[in-house]
Design a protein around this ligand. Structure first.
Ligand SMILES: CC(C)(COP(=O)(O)OP(=O)(O)OC[C@H]1O[C@@H](n2cnc3c(N)ncnc32)[C@H](O)[C@@H]1OP(=O)(O)O)[C@@H](O)C(=O)NCCC(=O)NCCS
Length: 220
């Protein structure tokens, strides 16, 4: 998901405040995302206090090179975080912050957004602070996020787009088991030019990992 669904210039209403009742209590992710624990990383809902660390993680040239320009200020990230809560409450989108064990703040994101309301087709995207590249955090976090998409959101097909030139992004998708389906020619405008993007997919039927307790609920 190089083209981030968040577009500050289209945003007309923002509330900045605490996240509503945790979904763990209600069992409904629309009321708040559960924390997903791995052996080295936790994925959890973004908090307003993550704005500073996200700004630091996403604002470097190497992280931003092949994704839509992220907000350019800490306040911009606060508005983005509020937007993620609104979109989650509307059932259209979820955004997990990546928190390495031993850390409080997020060092990256996994985003999942619905593409078709009833068919369980969604797109995902991710970004991680460059000091954690090659650390294994991406792979573990990706498995947690994909499990959540298939077994809690009820998604059956998860798509990703990555600029063909984005060697790390495409390598990360290949390594997690995504299948490249083709190239979307000149489909992503970045850095003053239209870039070709590789289209990748993962199907729930092919996904080997299971979260037994997960409840199926579709994005819509
Ligand atoms: C995408 C991202 C989250 C992946 O995290 P990461 O920690 O770098 O990923 P990993 O190191 O686990 O996996 C990347 C794989 O690509 C491989 N790779 C690196 N450069 C490559 C290149 N030029 N060509 C092909 N493969 C490459 C790596 O060797 C690695 O595979 P390996 O572990 O089997 O050796 C991170 O690189 C990032 O935030 N990038 C910037 C944002 C971005 O581009 N997001 C993707 C949008 S689709």
């Amino acid at each position: 998901m190089e083209r981030m669904p968040y577009q500050p210039h289209l945003q007309t209403f923002v509330t900045i405040g605490p996240v509503s009742a945790p979904g763990e209590r209600t069992g409904d992710w629309r009321f708040g995302l559960p924390a997903l624990d791995g052996s080295r990383v936790t994925l959890r809902e973004l908090r307003m206090s993550d704005a500073q660390s996200l700004f630091a993680a996403m604002s470097t040239e190497e992280v931003g090179r092949f994704i839509s320009p992220p907000p350019t200020t800490v306040e911009g990230f606060e508005r983005f975080i509020a937007w993620t809560h609104q979109q989650r409450a509307a059932g259209r989108y979820v955004c997990f912050g990546i928190v390495p064990h031993g850390f409080e703040a997020t060092v990256g994101l996994f985003q999942i957004r619905t593409l078709e309301s009833d068919l369980g087709v969604a797109e995902w995207g991710f970004a991680l602070a460059s000091e954690f590249w090659g650390s294994g955090l991406f792979e573990e976090g990706a498995r947690l996020a994909i499990d959540f998409a298939f077994h809690t959101l009820g998604i059956h097909r998860l798509e990703a787009r990555a600029a063909v030139r984005n060697g790390r992004g495409n390598g990360a998708l290949r390594k997690i088991g995504a299948v490249q389906e083709g190239v979307l020619r000149r489909s992503f405008f970045r850095g003053g030019e239209y870039l070709d993007q590789a289209l990748w997919s993962i199907l729930r039927d092919d996904w080997p990992y299971q979260t037994p307790a997960a409840s199926a609920r579709k994005l819509h």
